[in-house]
Design a protein around this ligand. Structure first.
Ligand code: ADP
Length: 548
């Protein structure tokens, strides 16, 4: 008979993270740029106390274990308190992406059956408009103080966040409960069909925070000043509100101010060393610093993920600004972190070019994530860096089912069940570096061969006159699909279709070079800042490629 371990069975709970931060980094600052326009400063000790007060206030409103607390809010200290105050008291924090279409916001609140909605001042008009379409919501809480409450509103019984907090004394002990209890819900962006809810547990969130804070993952430390640009409504800001509590670092929250100028000023004023965001954010920030010939004085490292980081962007950050880029891949269904591109001792001894070729990939699975690439029959493909297949994953912070859905999304690999299909197409090399070639729905299928839209976009982005590039499949009578490149030029740049196509010569196999180039002034992005290829494909549905 197996001998059982004799260690304490302490549940892994989210409240333990903020308790730890309050105890061991109590006077370390949390600085937020408020929607109200000013700066707010306090520390982990105060954040923990106010989270307890919030837990009391939510209980006083009648919230009970399992009830969903919706948020429509930017990155800020009150949002952080809602993360901890709700999850810590056995409620479920449901962050809603306010950039979605209003109908989708209402749809998601209804699907999750939110009981309470906490929202920033920015979203008062949106909530007033949607209130009647969200019948499950019994309490609307405006995340501000009395002075900023609206004189008039159509929201009956609108509550003031600061008044709710002030009414409580904080004499509350975080409860113990099963670590598999739901802690929060995030919905996928729903680029195909309705959004689907991923329900995280306390256990999965704490393990994810542990795993992602490790030196060869995101490498968070108590000596860092971390500014998550990635919104708290986008997969829990990639878990940073949790991993920052584990290490007890200074946290800087940008609020709604995420343009290049505001971010640069905040980076400098607060001594930010580490940040995280999608590529489009860095596009804006880099344009601002370059145009104004500025340099960062404290910024050392950034995580880039959510979409492929164009190599040209990585090169600029490293070579022109001395900022180390950590390319990471993940998804809502994975809490989100899956792979991170970091080097081992042997790889760190390679030439700068060889190192960069590895760092440009999406990277190695962090401990806790198991991955494989498979063919259409469910057989694992070799890790040889060239066999491209459907990427599947499993692990303690990967979903096993979607909220409210009875059918399992999981599939078998070589007959072994329990793998989550990511919808991405990738290769894995013999050292374990995974590279996404495309989302399966974005890959261009030309005469039975696959062309990676990401590869083509990366080449286009390396052209000095290109601001942003997107490649989509365009119907072709002979080849089924051929690549169409859509470009936003840099301001004032003169660039012709022929010059762009010439740039591809020698950089990729001839048959993969796009058939045509279209210049636009704007590209559609999803609510999380990714290229919206579905919309772009619709926009160019009637486009005829040359010679067809
Ligand atoms: P959605 O885009 O549907 O809101 P997520 O935010 O969860 O959902 O995005 C997950 C998807 O984003 C992944 O499946 C992958 O296609 C893409 N993605 C994330 N990180 C990267 C990366 N570093 N490189 C390429 N694609 C990425």
């Amino acid at each position: 008979m197996a001998l059982m371990g004799q260690m304490m069975a302490m549940p892994l709970l989210i409240s333990s993270l903020i308790k730890h931060a309050a105890r061991h980094a109590g006077d370390t600052e949390i600085v937020s740029k408020r929607v109200e326009g000013d700066m707010h400063r306090y520390n982990w000790r105060a954040a923990e106390k106010r989270s307890r007060q919030l837990a009391q206030a939510l209980a006083r409103l009648g919230c009970q274990a399992g009830d969903r607390i919706g948020t429509l809010a930017w990155n800020g200290y009150r949002h952080l308190e809602i993360y901890y105050g709700s999850s810590g008291s056995e409620l479920v924090c449901h962050t809603i992406n306010p950039r979605l279409f209003p109908e989708q916001v209402a749809w998601i609140a209804n699907d999750a059956q939110d009981l309470v909605l906490c929202f920033d001042l920015t979203f008062l008009p949106l909530v007033e408009k949607l209130a009647t379409q969200m019948p499950s919501i019994k309490h609307f809480i405006l995340m501000t103080d009395r002075a900023h409450m609206p004189a008039q509103t159509s929201l009956a019984g609108l509550l003031c966040y600061e008044e709710l907090i002030e009414a409580e004394d904080g004499a509350y002990t975080w409860p113990d409960f099963d670590e598999n209890t739901a802690s929060s819900i995030c919905y996928t962006s729903g680029t195909t069909g309705h959004p689907k809810g991923a329900v995280y547990s306390h256990r999965s969130s704490v393990l994810h925070a542990f795993g992602s804070a490790l030196p060869d993952a995101l490498g968070c430390s108590a000596r860092d000043v971390i500014l998550p640009v990635v919104p708290m409504f986008h997969v829990n800001a990639w878990g940073l509100p949790y991993s920052c509590a584990i290490v007890g670092c200074k946290l800087v929250m940008p609020g709604p101010h995420m343009d290049g100028k505001s971010l640069f000023e905040l980076f400098e004023a607060e001594g930010v060393t580490f940040s995280a965001g999608v590529p489009t954010v860095w596009l804006g920030l880099l344009t601002y610093v370059k145009t104004n010939q500025l340099k960062f004085s404290s910024f050392k490292r950034t995580v880039i993920g959510g979409s492929a980081c164009p190599p040209a962007m990585m090169k600029t950050l490293i070579e022109d600004f001395g900022v180390e880029v950590i390319h990471a891949w993940g998804m809502t269904e994975m809490s989100p972190l899956g792979t991170v591109s970091t080097l081992n001792a042997k790889q760190a001894g390679l030439s700068a070019d060889a190192q960069r070729r590895l760092l440009e990939k999406q990277g190695k699975a962090i401990y806790g994530v198991d991955m494989a690439v498979i063919d259409d029959d469910g057989h694992a493909l070799p890790w040889d860096g060239v066999s491209a297949g459907n990427l599947v994953v499993r692990g303690p912070w990967v979903i096993s089912s979607y909220f409210g859905q009875s059918t399992s999304p999981l599939i078998s690999v070589d007959g072994v069940p329990g793998w989550f299909p990511t919808g991405d197409v990738a290769t894995i090399d013999d050292e374990g570096f995974m590279q996404i070639t495309d989302r399966s729905k974005d890959v261009i299928k030309s005469g039975g061969e696959w062309i990676s839209s990401i590869d083509l976009e990366n080449i286009a982005m390396a052209h000095p006159d290109v601001h942003e590039a997107a490649v989509i499949a365009c119907a072709h009578p002979k080849w089924d699909e051929r690549p169409l490149l859509v470009i936003i030029k840099k301001p004032g740049a003169e660039l012709s279709r022929e010059q762009v196509l010439e740039f591809f010569e020698g950089r990729i196999a001839k048959w993969q070079i796009p058939d045509d180039v279209q210049f636009v002034t704007e590209l559609p992005h999803t609510a999380t800042g990714k290229l919206q290829k579905l919309k772009l494909r619709e926009q160019f549905k009637a486009h005829r490629l040359p010679g067809t």
